[in-house]
Design a protein around this ligand. Structure first.
Ligand SMILES: [Zn+2]
Length: 458
């Protein structure tokens, strides 16, 4: 038996690993490569394996860099089952439909620009075909994937339904236990449970996104958001919070609900202005069995979710436009998280020019994005072809990452008493070198950095 590192070896997107046990082949994740246009063009490349020859897929979670090439896999002939945690399966449907929509829009734009017919990477129909092959499973229930491979999903605490995958492998008389971390969350995040302890393994495939970083204390970030909101007096402007539709938006709604009284939020109307975030929130609200203790208690005390009495769900574009007429007292949560597209752009256009308004940046902003320009205090930003002066107050709080930091990753690994060897995936090389040194010092673990295409005999 062996595993071959195909995607996310030495990089952070395109997670995909090929597991071979006897005559059977199983893919762990089948994610989209994300980044520059040149990087993303690699998604069109053929797979280095025959899609029709894959027996099954096991999915760690619903983010596109883990599930986004499934539509291609199915279109190219894969007909087997795709195992996924139940709630993650529901989020997949939302993400793949949205991605298909964006692909179509981009293909139309490129076709116009180049005067050639450009086909989208995949279509809505391809995404729907994926959904028909999904098989939802619960956490902590062992199930057979193919002869010789049994899987148990364990909570990874990253987004709803995210899993670390425990694989029990049997070939002839040999047995091996492989653990694939998927993406690991931080400990002590709101709503979700902590990454679950797995007691032992023979081999570990582990993410390393923030292997070289220490996050700020979450509690400090939350206090800071509270201070900003408490300082916004009645009649003194609007608050915009750019946020990703899945994970971040739900966390912010939860924080606003939890602190409704101490932050005196009855002075505001809160708008969740994103059809995709609304759909994802519903999935979160419908799976209370996956909450941590605090969220469970708050939900019970409130008689259900959401726990925010002044929340308004804004679905249509007319609803969204109507928010622009509000001059004061609105908190608007909208995507995209880095302000490069989506409804947040027109809210910024209407609000940035007024010094009474506030923008709270809660997540990482990549270089070149509008969000980054706001963080860097540029005097103007270009929105819908127009230079808009930035007079609003920009607050950068960070600290709400869905990924665990160096310490979280080490803490998760240290549950495994036998200190198994680790192969690092899903991280930039720089982060991996730092994490390898850190772990060697902290617990003596041996960490390997596989190259794409490298094969590990198990
Ligand atoms: Zn993820």
């Amino acid at each position: 038996m062996n595993i071959e590192f195909f995607g996310a070896a030495g990089e952070v997107t395109g997670s995909c690993h090929i597991l071979r046990v006897g005559p059977k082949t199983v893919l762990l994740d089948c994610g989209l490569i994300q980044g520059s246009r040149k990087d993303e063009a690699r998604n069109h490349d053929p797979f280095p394996f025959d899609a029709a020859g894959i027996d099954a897929v096991v999915l760690s979670h619903a983010h596109l860099d883990h599930c986004g090439r499934l539509p291609l896999l199915v279109r190219r002939g894969f007909r087997g089952p795709i195992y996924v945690q139940e709630a993650a399966g529901e989020l997949c449907a939302i993400l793949l439909a949205d991605a298909a929509h964006l692909e179509l829009r981009d293909a139309e734009y490129q076709s116009r620009k180049t005067a050639r017919k450009i086909k989208p990477l995949f279509t809505l129909e391809d995404g729907e075909a994926v959904m028909r092959q999904l098989k939802g499973r619960k956490y902590r229930q062992r199930f057979a994937v193919v002869p010789g491979v049994e899987v148990c999903f364990r909570d990874a605490g990253h987004i709803l339904g995210s899993c670390a995958v425990e694989l029990s492998l049997t070939e002839g008389g040999s047995k091996r236990k492989l653990v694939f971390s998927g993406d690991l969350g931080q400990f002590d995040t709101p709503v979700l449970k902590d990454p679950e302890c797995i007691e032992s393994a023979d081999y570990v495939l582990m993410e390393s996104t923030y292997g070289n970083r220490r996050h700020r204390e979450r509690a400090e970030t939350v206090r800071e958001i509270g201070e900003i909101l408490s300082a916004v007096r009645s009649g003194s402007g609007n608050v915009l919070i750019p946020a990703f539709a899945i994970g971040r938006s739900q966390e912010i709604l939860y924080l606003l609900g939890k602190h409704y009284e101490d932050w005196e939020l009855d002075r505001f109307q809160v708008f969740l202005d994103s059809p995709m975030a609304i759909e994802a929130s519903k999935v979160y609200w419908e799976h209370p069995n996956l909450y941590d203790e605090e969220a469970t208690k708050l939900r019970e005390a409130n008689g259900g979710m959401p726990i925010l009495p002044n929340l308004k769900l804004s679905r249509s574009s007319e609803d969204s436009m109507a928010i622009n007429r509000i001059r004061s007292g609105a908190i608007v949560i909208a995507g995209s998280g880095m302000c490069n597209g989506g409804r947040i752009v027109h809210h910024l256009r209407h609000n940035l020019g007024d010094a009474r308004n506030h923008v709270i940046i809660v997540g990482f902003q990549a270089p070149g994005t509008t969000g980054r320009k706001l963080v860097d205090r540029d005097a103007t930003v270009r929105l819908h072809g127009e230079d808009v002066p930035v007079r609003a107050q920009i607050h950068t709080v960070g600290g709400l990452s869905a990924h665990g930091d160096q310490d979280d990753l080490a803490r998760w690994y240290e549950c495994m008493q036998n200190r198994p060897p680790v192969w690092l995936v899903h991280g930039e090389r720089e982060a991996q070198y730092a994490f390898r040194d850190y772990m060697k010092q902290r617990n003596g673990a041996v960490l390997h950095l596989p190259e794409p295409g490298e094969r590990l005999e198990l």
